[in-house]
Structure formats: structure tokens, C-alpha cells
Design a protein around this ligand. Structure first.
Ligand code: SF4
Ligand code: SF4
Length: 96
């Protein structure tokens, strides 16, 4: 295990510059709820993509293409911000 850094050694804003370490840390394993995306209902407004704190909404050519469960922590923000008249994302309990 690597030695933890003191706060004086951290970069300004505690920004993580090591992209490889970020990608290797599959934070989706922390999830206790899972967002389920309904492609048929989605109007591609991308509000969920803007708000997702883990950049876990998959975009291909500007279109919503699903959720990256390797990094989605199940916070439910995407389901909250999806327009109420659409409700294309529902949260379900994660099965381990
Ligand atoms: S549940 Fe949270 S982390 Fe997962 S896709 Fe939705 S907003 Fe992103
Ligand atoms: S917020 Fe809802 S309707 Fe908008 S892109 Fe996301 S899933 Fe689709």
C-alpha cells in the first residue's frame, strides 16, 4: 500500500492528476442503488450528463448511450434531474 500524502503535499484544490489511478479505482463497487436507464423514454436532454458527479453517463456522438457502472456510485442525482414528465431513469436496490 502506498504511503498517504500529507495535506501540504496535495495539489491545489486536491485535484487528482493521475488519470490512470482514477480509472483503476472502480468506484461503482461502492454502490447500493443502481440507476436503470430507459432508452425508449429518454429525450436526450443530457441534464443527467451535466449533473452526474462521476461522469458516468455514457455519451456517443452527443447521444446518451447508457450508464458506466464501473464508476457510477448510485447517488441518484441523474434520476432526480431527469425531467419529471420523462422519468427515463429509475433507481433500484443493487443486488450484490
Ligand atoms: S446514480 Fe449518480 S453516479 Fe450514477 S449515473 Fe446517476 S448521477 Fe451518475
Ligand atoms: S435527463 Fe433523462 S431524458 Fe435527459 S438525457 Fe438523461 S435520461 Fe435522458
Amino acid at each position: 500500500m502506498s504511503k498517504l500524502k500529507s495535506w501540504k503535499e496535495l495539489p491545489c484544490g486536491a485535484i487528482i492528476n493521475d488519470l490512470k489511478a482514477v480509472l483503476e479505482n472502480k468506484t461503482g463497487t461502492w454502490r447500493s442503488f443502481r440507476p436503470i436507464w430507459n432508452k425508449e423514454k429518454c429525450i436526450n436532454c443530457l441534464t443527467c450528463w451535466i449533473y452526474c458527479p462521476d461522469a458516468a453517463i455514457i455519451l456517443v456522438d452527443g447521444k446518451h448511450q447508457g450508464i458506466n457502472y464501473d464508476y457510477c456510485k448510485g447517488c441518484g442525482i441523474c434520476a432526480e434531474v431527469c425531467p419529471k414528465k420523462v422519468q427515463a431513469i429509475t433507481m433500484v436496490k443493487e443486488e450484490k
